[in-house]
Design a protein around this ligand. Structure first.
Ligand code: IYR
Length: 221
């Protein structure tokens, strides 16, 4: 392959005071984001989700292969099928597979194998990482840094949805292979996570938790 054509990059620049203000404002907004486990069934405008997915699709990624695929589920029958499959895995996890220390770490969050939100929330977004694709000549093309790329895109999606006023839950039933079967996705794709999207239930609560301070998460050297 040859070198891509290049064009000037006009990054929007701000004076330092405005940069500080923008950074503070964004931090304040992102700090308000909380994972929610009780969802309302209130419908969400589809175009909002579409635009947030476009935002996710701008994520930096390995060799611009854009190794992600999002299946947005609102069909009640498919949501039910996913709930039943996820709950079966989760029962295995909570009752057998999970080691004691993991269950202890989860205790403050009161999570359990019951996942009613998988049916109640208006949208589930199943996020897949694509390990490879086939080009127009049927040649297999490998993708690079798939986990990193899909992780970044997912973070951007969560931020975009929050910014638009929607709550999310990053759900990771394990193993998640059932998503390939139910959603008819090819073997080149592996499920990354299942994002539950909607409004919080009127009476939704969130656990009181704290975030590490800047000193705990970063050093400047
Ligand atoms: N996947 C399980 C368990 C779980 C694990 C972690 I780490 C969490 O932060 C939350 C839940 C579940 O969804 O219940």
């Amino acid at each position: 392959m040859s070198l891509a054509k290049s064009i000037p990059y006009n990054l929007k620049r701000y004076p330092p005071a405005e940069m500080r203000r923008r950074a503070e404002e964004f931090f304040a907004e992102m700090k308000r984001r909380r994972t929610v486990r009780d969802f309302s069934d209130r419908p969400v405008p589809r175009e909002v989700v579409e635009t947030c997915l476009r935002t996710a699709g701008t994520a930096p990624n390995g060799a611009n292969m854009q190794p992600w695929y999002f299946v947005v589920i609102s069909d009640p029958a498919i949501k039910r099928e996913i709930r039943l499959a996820a709950e079966a895995e989760e029962r295995e996890f909570y009752e057998r597979r999970a080691p004691e220390d993991w269950l202890e770490a989860l205790e403050p969050f009161g999570t359990n194998p019951h996942k009613p939100f998988l049916e109640k929330a208006p949208y589930l977004i199943a996020i897949f990482g694509q390990n490879y694709h086939f080009d127009e000549n049927g040649q297999k093309v490998k993708h690079y840094y798939v986990t990193e790329s899909v992780g970044i895109a997912t973070g951007m999606l969560i931020a975009a949805l929050h910014h638009a006023g929607l709550a999310t839950l990053t759900h990771t039933p394990s193993p998640m292979k059932f998503l390939n079967r139910i959603l008819d996705r090819p073997p080149s794709e592996h499920p990354h996570l299942l994002l539950v999207v909607g409004y919080p239930a009127e009476d939704a609560t969130v656990p009181v938790i704290s975030k590490k301070s800047l000193d705990e998460i970063a050093t400047f050297i």
